[in-house]
Unconditional design. Structure first.
Length: 145
């Protein structure tokens, strides 16, 4: 999804910033630096920082999910049932994207916090539960092996 949003800026950041930060040898730190630069580029409203923080935690969550859940044993589920994986992907995108970008158009905390509270901070609850599930699966794999 990130590749389809603001393509020119993403390409420039990848070529000129992200690749130059590879000396850090930590992909997460390089991504955090790029997102922080994007935050400063967008302005100093807290909604920008919350939005890019949300993007960062979703990137981390997706990486954890791919590492733990989508192993060789489970890969056949995606290829054998493409309709199911497409439906789950569609549900994930339609549930997460609005919550990720919620703070961006509202810009200030006095506007976006009541809305996030009204949705029971769904994004953060989802991330927390998903991380617990992936850690549980990782623990089960260690116990089984």
């Amino acid at each position: 999804m990130i590749h389809s949003f603001n393509i020119q800026t993403n390409n420039w950041l990848f070529r000129h910033i992200y690749k130059r930060l590879q000396f850090l040898d930590v992909k997460i730190l390089s991504q955090a630096c790029v997102l922080l630069l994007l935050c400063v580029w967008q302005g100093f409203h807290s909604g920008c920082y919350v939005t890019f923080f949300n993007e960062f935690i979703i990137i981390l969550l997706e990486r954890e999910f791919a590492d733990v859940i989508l192993t060789e044993r489970c890969q056949h589920l995606v290829t054998d049932w493409p309709v199911l994986s497409n439906i789950l992907g569609w549900m994930y995108i339609n549930a997460m994207v609005p919550h990720c970008f919620l703070a961006f158009p509202l810009l200030t905390a006095d506007r976006y916090l009541p809305v996030m509270e009204e949705t029971s901070f769904f994004l953060y609850q989802f991330v927390w539960v998903s991380l617990l599930i992936t850690e549980g699966v990782r623990l089960l794999k260690k116990i089984i092996q």
